[in-house]
Design a protein around this ligand. Structure first.
Ligand code: ATP
Ligand code: MG
Ligand code: FE
Length: 342
């Protein structure tokens, strides 16, 4: 079975073909970074229009790279939420229309389920059950995962997401858009320990997070009288250290509380080198294991959507019959049900 995956929830257009036997045949992502850079953030209307422009050509390109014709596609999976309503509608209507013309099933996929299952696409995939640390631009959540669609929320950010905190802090330090990866690169040249930044909710006793106070602490440093731009690398290192401290501590606590021994990290911040190093060391010490997606599949892509759709179809999920273009801009992951469940 071959599934065409379409991702258009925010500012990346992602397309992929996943074959249940042969694995990922091809995938391609077009990022709209240049389009939104002058505005310092994603402009929803521009995002929708660009998805419309890019999707048909990307689908043709990925099919060609996959050595696969449209007639060989058995199903289509698309991101139905959460995300920007207009951007989601582009992917949803494209997928539903293409599915109708090909006469193949079309499956709406939860964007975060895509992120969460993406480590299963790697050469050494984790088995269920596991704890998932979802760290993306819009979400920071710990989930107990016992199977596809079996997710129990253990804790989440009460304000900013981890990726959002990286991006906003980067902006405060004067880095370009989007700043998260740039901030991480700058932090590698800096030395942590100069600026006393808080570790919000580190000792809260639960599995929730908070990042807005950390961002405010950075704002106080850069607007203070002693701030010198040449100290940016050290401040970036201190910010990254604080964020990683909290993410690691809570992820380990989640493993302890659930009694599970496998941790899966997914979402854009999962590409962070320091986070990976710290989790690798801490889990090894306890005899636990941590799994990540391939670095290029940490941020938004069509491969994770094709894969999540394929897993659901393989598990017996029956897509709705009528061509219903419906998206869910807000959609809690724990609201999902296992394929075939009532
Ligand atoms: P969501 O998936 O919650 O809807 P999103 O799709 O915007 O949000 P992702 O594409 O998963 O988020 O990830 C993008 C985020 O990851 C951005 O906030 C970006 O700054 C952050 N990010 C990417 N690489 C790194 C890195 N190396 N270190 C820290 N943050 C990073
Ligand atoms: Mg993005
Ligand atoms: Fe995402």
């Amino acid at each position: 079975m071959r599934v065409l995956g379409i991702e258009s929830s925010c500012d990346e257009t992602g397309v992929a073909v996943f074959d249940v036997e042969a694995g990922l045949l091809g995938h391609c992502v077009h990022s709209q970074i240049d389009l939104h850079a002058t505005y310092g953030g994603v402009v929803p209307e521009l995002a929708s229009r660009d998805h419309i422009r890019r999707l048909p050509a990307l689908v043709r390109q990925v099919l060609a790279e996959s050595g696969c014709s449209l007639a060989q596609i058995d199903a289509i999976a698309y991101t139905a939420g959460p995300g920007l309503a207009g951007a989601l509608l582009v992917g949803a209507s494209y997928a539903e229309a293409l599915g109708m013309s090909l006469g193949v099933p079309v499956l709406p996929v939860h964007h975060l389920e895509g992120h969460l299952l993406s480590p299963l696409l790697s050469a050494d995939p984790p088995e269920f059950p596991f704890v998932a640390l979802l760290v993306s631009g819009g979400h920071t959540q710990l989930m107990q995962v016992t199977g596809v669609g079996e997710y129990v929320l253990l804790g989440e950010s009460l304000d900013d997401a981890a990726g959002e905190a990286f991006d906003k802090t980067a902006k405060l330090i004067g880095l370009g858009y989007p700043g998260g990866p740039q901030l991480a690169r700058l932090a590698e040249r800096g030395h942590p320990g100069r600026f006393r930044l808080p570790r919000p909710m580190l000792k809260s006793g639960d599995l929730d997070f908070s990042f807005s106070g950390l961002k405010t602490a950075v704002l106080n440093v850069v607007s203070g009288p002693e701030w010198k731009p040449e100290d940016a690398a050290d401040l970036a290192a201190d910010f990254q250290d604080a964020a990683v401290d909290v993410l690691c501590a809570k992820a380990l606590k989640a493993l302890e509380l659930t009694g599970l021994s496998r941790l899966v990290v997914a979402g854009g911040v999962g590409a962070n080198r320091q986070l990976r190093q710290r989790l690798d060391v801490a889990t090894r010490r306890k005899g636990w294991r941590v799994y990540y997606p391939e670095p290029e599949l940490c941020t938004d892509n069509g491969a994770m959507i094709a894969f999540a759709g394929a897993r659901r179809l393989a598990a017996g999920e029956v897509p709705g019959m009528a061509c219903a273009v419906k998206v869910h801009p807000r959609w809690p992951l724990a609201a999902l049900r296992a394929p075939g469940a009532a």
